[in-house]
Unconditional design. Structure first.
Length: 222
């Protein structure tokens, strides 16, 4: 599925640029219908997505927002998401975050000069198959995701230079974790951390995101 929207490029899913004057279009692949996070527990009547996230490969700019991004899901998901810190060294993580050490030219050539991050979901940690619409045979239960962030801090769009703020990075990381949970993009007028394009001031999951979690996971796991 390809769309023209206000957003950044991505291979699997995308993070939003957060500034109103930067309007440009790109295409992205959405997660397949019915793909859902599989690492779950039941707390009372709530089905909770359990995320063990390794942020050890983030650079200083992105590691600065790692705790906030995790807590923003923990504190604003109605207990439907639990983000803890995992480590690849002892195989406890099911989401791996990294600042991808590609040169600016390599990143731009592969993902586009306006790309901030990409999220790749897989059926298992050892699987090499990325669950995107180009791989229709991928399992529908996602157990592992890798989220990669650019080293770039300054972007130039339509001749205007813009430096990412801490809020921009927090929003991007929270947004990408949402994609790992298989949340897609709502309409351009919806108040949501998953909204593409312009969304100033929002760094936490919103009612729309909580409702999506409740519907998606109660239907599939009850």
């Amino acid at each position: 599925m390809k769309r023209k929207v206000l957003k950044i490029n991505a291979v699997m899913v995308c993070a939003c640029l957060l500034i109103g004057f930067m309007s440009f279009s790109a295409s992205a692949h959405e997660v397949l219908p019915n793909h859902r996070w599989a690492v779950m527990s039941k707390v009372g009547t709530i089905f909770r997505c359990n995320l063990s996230i390794d942020g050890g490969a983030l650079d200083s700019n992105w590691s600065l927002v790692f705790t906030d991004a995790r807590n923003n899901w923990n504190n604003n998901s109605n207990s439907r998401v639990s983000c803890t810190v995992g480590q690849a060294s002892n195989s406890t993580e099911n989401i791996y975050l990294s600042t991808w050490k590609l040169s600016a030219s390599q990143w731009d050539a592969t993902y586009g000069a306006s790309t901030i991050a990409i999220t790749l979901t897989r059926a298992s940690r050892s699987s090499t198959v990325v669950c995107a619409d180009s791989y229709p045979n991928c399992a529908t239960r996602i157990k592992y995701a890798a989220i990669h962030f650019t080293t770039r801090s300054i972007f130039s769009v339509n001749g205007t230079s813009y430096s990412l703020t801490k809020a921009d990075r927090t929003k991007t990381m929270v947004h990408e974790i949402g994609h790992a949970l298989c949340l897609g993009h709502p309409s351009s007028t919806t108040t949501s951390i998953m909204r593409q394009g312009v969304m100033l001031g929002i760094t936490t999951p919103q009612d729309h995101d909580r409702n999506d979690l409740a519907v998606y996971y109660n239907q599939l796991y009850s």
